[in-house]
Design a binder for this molecule. Structure first.
Ligand code: 5GP
Length: 215
């Protein structure tokens, strides 16, 4: 390969996927299953001031930090995006995001609409996906099914869910989670198609194409 081509070869960078959904739409279960089936995909672990729920592991589900630590990170510009949801703060650290993408791995962020908006502004080629529940009653049923929350907490969560839902049209893709397996297949299809885009394949397949075209 001529010198100029060799030096213009760019190692493929990972793709950035952003998934949002109103609470209760089934996003977490879908993403967990997607990660099991897709070994090329890494889930970003956010920082949060929210108290740890039972079963959650620090460093796996979230990095649990206090408000002071979170505000210090904000002041230091450590977050690529952050938002306040349900009186708590959530953010994605820039360092780990860049490390994953620069290493050529695809990264998935499971964040709210405020964060998704910030990511799209900074990463114009980020792929954003919104998961829609089949109906508001299905959403409420799922929120109630979670356990001991009072009616007041449920109505607050429903109001937040409707607010999240109102941002559906800011996303590149919409997936309706009326049937789990179909929604999962839809997510897999989006990821596959995005990975096959010419601009992304170019970095991976440049050698092959150059060899065939003799340049
Ligand atoms: P939960 O407290 O139920 O785990 O999450 C509440 C909401 O915060 C969800 O909509 C979730 O997607 C969002 N969230 C989690 N991590 C982040 C983050 O790093 N940034 C933003 N903007 N939202 C997040």
């Amino acid at each position: 390969m001529p010198e100029a081509h060799a030096s213009s070869f760019k190692a493929p960078k990972g793709l950035l996927f952003v998934v949002s959904a109103p609470s209760g739409a089934g996003k977490t279960s879908l993403v967990a299953e997607l990660l099991k089936r897709d070994s090329a995909l890494t889930l970003s672990v956010s920082y949060t001031t929210r108290p740890r729920r039972s079963g959650e592991v620090d460093g796996k589900h979230y990095h649990f930090v206090d408000h002071q630590r979170f505000e210090t990170m904000v002041a230091e510009g450590a977050f690529i995006e952050y938002a306040r949801v349900f009186d708590n703060a959530y953010g994605t650290a820039e360092s780990s995001l860049r490390e994953t993408l620069d290493g050529g791995e695809d990264l998935l962020l499971e964040i709210d609409w405020q964060g998704a908006r910030q990511v799209r502004e900074r990463f114009t080629d980020a792929v954003s996906i919104f998961i829609v529940p089949p109906s508001l009653s299905a959403l409420e049923e799922r929120l109630r099914g979670r356990g001991q929350d009072s009616d007041a907490v449920i109505s607050e969560r429903m109001a937040k869910a409707r607010d999240e839902l109102s941002h559906w049209d800011e996303y590149g893709y919409l997936v309706v989670n009326d049937q789990f397996e179909r929604a999962l297949a839809d997510l897999g299809t989006i990821l596959r198609a995005e990975r096959l885009r010419t601009a992304r394949q170019a970095a991976r397949e440049q050698h092959r194409l150059s060899a065939m075209l003799g340049d």
